[in-house]
Design a protein around this ligand. Sequence first.
Ligand code: FAD
Ligand code: NAI
Length: 472
Amino acid sequence: SSEGTEHDVVVIGGGPGGYVAAIKAAQLGLKTACVEKRGALGGTCLNVGCIPSKSLLNNSHIYHQIKHDVKHRGIDVEGVSLNLEGMMAAKDKSVKGLTSGIETLFKMNGVDYVKGTGSIANETEVKVQPLDGGSEISLKTKNIIIATGSEATPFPGLEIDEKKVVTSTGAIALSEVPKKMIVIGGGIIGLEMGSVWSRLGAEVTVVEFLEAIGGPGMDADMAKTMQRILAKQGIKFKMATKVLSGDASGEGVSLNIESVKNGKTETLDADVVLVAIGRRPYTEGLGLENVGIETDERGRIIIDQEYRTKHSNIRVIGDVTFGAMLAHKAEEEGIAAAEFIKKGYGHVNYGAIPSVMYTHPEAAWVGQTEQEVKKSGKEYVVGTFPFIANSRAKTNLDTDGMVKFIADKETDRVLGIHIVGANAGEMIAEGVLAIEYGASSEDIARTSHAHPTLSEAFKEAAMATYDKAIHA
Ligand code: FAD
Ligand code: NAI
């Protein structure tokens, strides 16, 4: 048992940030415990985020493709029908396999897994209310890592019941395909989950406050390209539109919306409304007040460059503090935080963290957007290459999208890479490496890429940045 012995590190939260920090700390020889209250490891990402959404994205894509996109490939299929229960079971199986896999990793690395809600009592003590209802446990520790993650930002006046008015958590578990679905917020969650239900037969309308989809951080050209493609797939967009109020008292839900541009109002009805307007840090019941740790105006716990709060032995990583709310970002911070504790140094390159939206086609990017480069005042060049001119994309009959490079005009150093296309999420890894190594676009263009692959489009966009592409 964990009680009684003093730990070197107690991690609060078992998501991608927390569980990775715990494993790394244990690997570095530190006596480590990880406190998690949901009854399973893996956090938002594995239980209700990345993993279940990707399962549904993959399988809804296969279903949609078999139903609508095989005839011209010379494949005749009949009697295709959706077994939603089966699709949900496949999702649950993937989730279960991965979350229990982390439990095994904890055992292999000697991490104490404490099931319960952790609360910081003082700088060197975490109290745990066990999940099974037993009496409170006290964990004495030299260091604390807070990794409590985030939760969906609610929409004022619309009560979430996870059935009719849902966050992503309800949207990955609907028991039937809604006839009409409205998505509030055209960011990553809205577009991923909107895609899933649209493919499965729902009429999906996305209401977005801004004039561009994709949430913060998507290059404007890519957002436009992506919106055009998703619209072609049947998703409707109400851009620059504000939701004023909602009413879920009837059978469905009705929303009053208003154009930001001309103030025109309109009522939209739906069976299900997905609220996807962002996520906010989660610190409820954590006991921050007991140690005087502060959050900023957006609820993020304030830390320094080494993830330290005002108490140098209490560090914070992942969604609950600054930066992109991404699983791999939280994981990098988990490793760095453990290394800081053990060795006194650690590092995350925030300029080289990829973003991927797992729609079809995918959108993926790393580094700066063109808007950001422009704003920085740096002179730059842009090179693009469309997948319609790529042999493999043409062979696959999957030609939507393009690759866009942005490089420093003077040095040719790559500043940003933006891809919309099938497999963009895998392809971007090459871009991340390029930025990590400070590559020029010419370095990439002179690197041999296998033929025929989609990654040749990547190479040709690099060519088009400092010279001319061959195939376009
Ligand atoms: P979390 O994963 O939120 O984990 C925090 C954990 O702490 C939770 O399990 C919680 O129960 C626990 N906890 C909180 N308070 C306490 C306490 N007091 N005591 C004990 N335990 C506590 N990111 C990607 O990179 N790729 C994706 O494809 C992707 N898809 C997503 C899809 C959806 C629908 C959502 C919602 C998110 C997605 N994300 C994705 C974001 C990703 O899930 C988060 O960035 C990531 O989970 C953050 O990790 P974390 O460890 O900081 O926090
Ligand atoms: P988001 O920040 O990506 O997008 C929210 C969108 O809602 C923005 O476009 C915003 O302008 C809009 N919006 C905000 N308030 C609005 C209002 N009142 N009316 C209409 N539109 C409004 O947030 P989202 O999609 O909820 O995702 C949360 C986080 O989860 C993201 O930051 C992302 O990092 C993470 N995530 C990552 C995924 C991935 O990596 N593939 C997948 C899903 C989530």
